[in-house]
Design a binder for this molecule. Structure first.
Ligand code: B12
Ligand code: SF4
Ligand code: SF4
Length: 305
């Protein structure tokens, strides 16, 4: 009887589902990351993202999340849009949030992938993850050879840049791991130099509590009165460190219909609750609620010269 090529079965289906890269690593303890995560939390770089300080042990070991976990299958899904926001003076939204919320889109794909694995390979159990549990997405993708973690702390693929989401399947099937690739940041410091809030406190370390993405999406309170930064019109997330990264010259537009979206027509200043609910019901933008968007608009208006 011919032996099933597990990697081929999984890779072929992941490509058919629209993921553009798929890699494998052994599910075990993240020894190198443990002191880094500990330090990051001790420095309070998570700010008010309390969920980041929960489940420290599980975050570092997928075997504590999934019974009998053997392999982490890492997957990348492109979200780089065909057209960027044209009006540079308009309020800016991160490219990842132009279309439908990626959690819904990716979860559907991962569920289908896991079903396919069961059909083709047999008794396999596991769980799907898309930024929904204490899993270090970038670290697993790096270990699986899908790129390196750049100085701005996002994962970069040498052919596709960094505008993609990362997701995983953690399964109880033993698969030969792929090895990591090298870091190609070299002497470049463009992301560090461009960050308006100096959130990249040293190469490869972001103080999350200083990042525009944190202020505009994660922070539920008022902006701190002491905040002097010019957010350069970003009202939902921030793409600056990725926009300036030379590796993103290689980004190609996604072909995921559910990520298509046109925010150019949105009258941000005049948004009512009803219009907000209609426009953003299936969007990641819903996370801030209308109140958050209005707070962010007020902030960038005040900081405009
Ligand atoms: C918390 C979080 C945030 C926080 C904190 C950011 C951060 N860098 O941690 C905030 C809200 C600021 C944020 C912002 C963004 N995020 Co975010 N975020 C996460 C989340 C939930 C956890 C990340 C995490 O574990 N942080 C904890 C710290 C310890 O990890 P870290 O910064 O990666 O730290 C590493 C380095 O500091 C490094 N390190 C430390 N010291 C040293 C020393 C050396 C020598 C070296 C080599 C390394 C090193 O080791 C640490 C561990 O690997 C992940 C999803 C997930 N479950 O993984 C998404 C995730 C990282 N975010 C994502 C995205 C898209 C963004 C934004 C681009 C969104 C936007 N446009 O606004 C920005 C980018 C900001 C930035 N430059 O990082 C994607 C990244 C995809 C990619 N290509 O890498 C992820 C993976 C979500 C997903 N599933 O797709 N995010
Ligand atoms: S996302 Fe923006 S604020 Fe955050 S580290 Fe990058 S450039 Fe700085
Ligand atoms: S801008 Fe330069 S230093 Fe920053 S992640 Fe990209 S290549 Fe690395």
């Amino acid at each position: 009887m011919q032996k099933v090529d597990y990697k081929k079965v999984i890779r072929d289906k992941s490509t058919a589902l629209g993921f553009f890269h798929c890699g494998f690593s052994e599910a075990n303890f993240l020894e190198e990351e443990a002191p880094r995560l500990d330090k990051w939390l001790n420095n309070n770089y998570h700010g008010k993202m309390a969920y980041m300080s929960n489940h420290f042990d599980k975050r570092l070991d997928p075997r504590l999340l999934v019974d009998d976990a053997k392999t982490v299958v890492s997957l990348l899904l492109n979200y780089f849009p065909e057209e960027k926001q044209a009006d540079t003076s308009a309020p800016k939204i991160s490219k990842y949030a132009y279309g439908e919320d990626y959690h819904f889109v990716i979860k559907d794909k991962l569920t289908e992938l896991l079903e396919h694995i069961k059909q083709e390979i047999g008794e396999v159990s596991g769980r799907v993850f898309v930024d929904s549990a204490p899993v270090m997405d970038k670290v697993w993708a790096k270990k699986s050879g899908l790129g390196w973690i750049g100085k701005h702390t996002n994962l970069i693929h040498p052919q596709n840049g960094s505008f993609f989401f990362i997701a995983e399947l953690i399964i109880d099937l033993v698969i030969e791991p792929d090895g990591p690739i090298q870091d190609y940041c070299g002497t470049c410091t463009k992301c560090i130099d461009a960050c308006p809030t100096e959130a990249i406190v040293q190469p490869y370390v972001v103080d999350g509590s200083k990042c525009i993405s944190y202020f505009t999406i994660e922070l539920k309170d008022q902006m701190p009165a002491s905040l002097q930064s010019d957010f350069q019109n970003w009202i939902f997330g921030c793409d600056i460190c990725q926009d300036v990264c030379p590796w993103n010259r290689f980004s190609k537009p996604h072909n995921e219909p559910r990520f298509a979206g046109n925010l150019a027509e949105v009258d941000w200043e005049g948004l009512s609750e009803e219009v907000f609910q209609t426009l953003f019901h299936y969007s990641a933008i819903k996370r801030t609620k209308l109140k958050g968007i209005q707070r962010n608009l007020d902030y960038v208006k005040k900081k405009r010269p």
